[in-house]
Design a protein around this ligand. Sequence first.
Ligand code: CTP
Length: 406
Amino acid sequence: MSILKDKNILLGITAGIAAYKSANLVRLFIKAGASVKVVMTPASKEFVTPLTLSTLSKNPVYSTFVGESDEEKDNEVWNNHVDLGLWADIFIIAPATANTMAKMANGVCDNILLATYLSAKCPVYFAPAMDLDMYKHESTKKSFEKLSSYGNKMIPAGTGELASGLVGEGRMAEPEAIFSFIEKDILDQLPLRGKRILITAGPTYEAIDPVRFIGNHSSGKMGFEIARAAANLGAEVILVSGPTHETILSNFVSVQNVISADDMYKEVHKHFNTSDIAILSAAVADYRPKNVANQKIKKKDPTFTIELEKTKDILKSLGEIKEDQFLVGFALETNNELEHAKGKLKSKNLDLIVLNSLQDKGAGFGVSTNKVTFITSANVVIENELKSKADVAKDLMDLILKQTHA
Ligand code: CTP
């Protein structure tokens, strides 16, 4: 899954021959799951048609301050550049001609693309495209410098055959290269870039015999949402999950499937010393059958007793060996919730605990909402409203970011 998924991308097209390549750029963004709108300079319409771009982007294309409403062809509408600028999460001008860059650098605003540029508050990228002598000209270099000083990011032109027939620097970077440049740039700025996060999720199943087990109702939803939230912040996530129907599609999450508490213990310990943060949200069985029958147990007697033995407490074992890792546990309680959670925070040597009370409606197993209380190692108690598990996961990651100053 691309980091550009669900992003609002505004593509600005100016009058360079490379404008035809921008149609492909629209396709790449759409394929990545982004929403795309296109704003063009009037002259760029000579190089690529608005129809192509609106068809690919599935949105109207803006090239003038005044357009026609779809409903009544005679009615003119104001194309609001401020709204466009505010809509965008990212603004990319590709191709960026020497003329447009000089205007951008000097605050000239004589078309809707330039007005949108001046209104946009989001990160701006520009991919220059021009002939080699224009590219080398002092005036063009000044534009590059000025735009960089405004915080705009240049996607350098490549070298190759140019429209003039000359060979040299000035060719707009290929759409795939522009796409990767932006993706990487956004990733590099994410607060958890370079951090490894270990997460446990779901239930564990403890075998009784080859066909039966002791399990619980955990769906794994909470842990999977935490994995998504951590990956969205740029972390490399190891998600150790017990049996669940949940799935995750992300290049940043590696799912390790386990069945029993013992499997989970071993898998977690494989990754803990290389992790920066560990969040243990799994509902691990506290007990397992002492003896597992090799064959299916036959019903003979009117009653049947299974002797259970304790499983290893994974969270506690990490608390005992942790060095610099930030360790987060969950507590599922039905009574004296705060007291029990604070007790676990201390006894398991945690940095943060997330308290779930089964007394709260909409909290707990199976549902897609949760109501949690965070308790920090300094005993600060943060109560939260009932929220979707996705929002709880974001809140948790925000708090971890604050606590670790990442
Ligand atoms: N946990 C664990 N390994 C276990 C049991 C629990 O890692 N064998 C972790 C859970 O993932 C959770 C935390 O410990 O993060 C607390 O789990 P919970 O079931 O609330 O508490 P327990 O420590 O098992 O204590 P009790 O069941 O007595 O309340």
